[in-house]
Ligand binder design. Structure first.
Ligand SMILES: Nc1ncnc2c1ncn2[C@@H]1O[C@H](COP(=O)(O)OP(=O)(O)OP(=O)(O)O)[C@@H](O)[C@H]1O
Ligand SMILES: [Mg+2]
Length: 255
């Protein structure tokens, strides 16, 4: 029975995609069957696994429009043990295309319900917004994982995100839980990173992962080579920290 984790934060550039790619790859490396789902029209998760997003025959968008079967869009073994539902710019149209349709919040949930049992984990990379694509992701998910960048505005918008999660719990998905928050781009040379971590911990009564992802240039380079960090530089601090995060996620899972 697959556990569906939506990686979400409406703030841009906080490490959602880096966390999605690398958590998914690290879980696969540990022998779990993984489905990664790109729900961002930017298609960065798709690129992160080395797929040319502009040459795709089918994407998650076609499946959501009900034009093809989910199996037709699935890319098999983009990393050993890991399948991908890719996205590209066409997903940006979804918000408008679904106006007037019924139950549009449940489209992704219905798609994943057909295939989630084939996987141990389904990791969904959300776009930097709280619109229809993120609502679909959270409605389909068991838990939400929130990356928080260690910078001054980290807390800004966090209460809105928590409020959105609560609304979805009340109206669309009563079983949704907060998987936890993970700090990203931690810079041990500055006091600011440390202060942000302390500040968020004080203000947030939620599960915070012990693993903190450091700022690591290898993590930033890996997507341009279309590789998860454990392929690009298996011994880097970025690789080691995402492996530790995967261990924590596994420890939190009640299969
Ligand atoms: N730990 C890290 N160390 C160094 N660079 C990082 C790290 N995490 C992310 N980056 C870089 O920071 C940028 C933003 O990261 P990422 O794309 O993962 O954020 P995002 O939240 O998915 O962004 P968006 O909101 O646009 O989807 C990218 O260039 C990425 O390579
Ligand atoms: Mg992203």
């Amino acid at each position: 029975m697959g556990r569906i984790i939506a990686v979400a934060n409406q703030k841009g550039g906080v490490g959602k995609t880096t966390t999605s790619v690398n958590l998914a790859a690290c879980l696969a490396e540990k022998g779990f069957k993984i489905l990664a789902v790109d729900m961002d029209p930017q298609g960065h998760l798709t690129i992160g696994f080395g797929i040319n997003k502009d040459e795709l025959e089918y994407t998650i968008h076609d499946v959501m429009l009900d034009e093809i079967n989910v199996g037709q869009a699935l890319l098999i073994d983009v990393f050993p043990g890991l399948n991908l539902l890719p996205a590209n710019k066409f997903l940006a149209g979804a918000e408008v295309e679904f106006i007037g349709k019924q139950d549009t919040q449940f489209i992704l949930k219905n798609i994943l319900s057909k295939i989630k049992n084939r996987y141990d984990y389904v990791i969904i990379d959300c776009p930097p917004a709280l619109g229809m694509l993120t609502i679909n992701s959270m409605t389909a998910a068991d838990t939400v994982l929130v990356p928080i960048q260690c910078e001054f505005f980290a807390l800004d918008g966090l209460s809105q995100l928590i409020h959105t999660i609560e609304l979805i719990q009340q109206k669309l998905n009563k079983n949704l839980k907060l998987e936890g928050v993970v700090f990203t781009m931690y810079d041990s040379r500055t006091n600011l990173s440390l202060q942000v971590v302390e500040n968020v911990k004080d203000n947030l009564n939620q599960n915070v992962y012990k693993t903190i992802i450091p700022r690591n240039v290898r993590l930033a380079e890996a997507p341009s080579h279309g590789m998860p960090i454990i392929t690009y530089d298996s011994k880097s601090t970025g690789a080691e920290s995402y492996r530790l995060l995967a261990d924590e996620v596994i420890a939190n899972t009640n299969f």
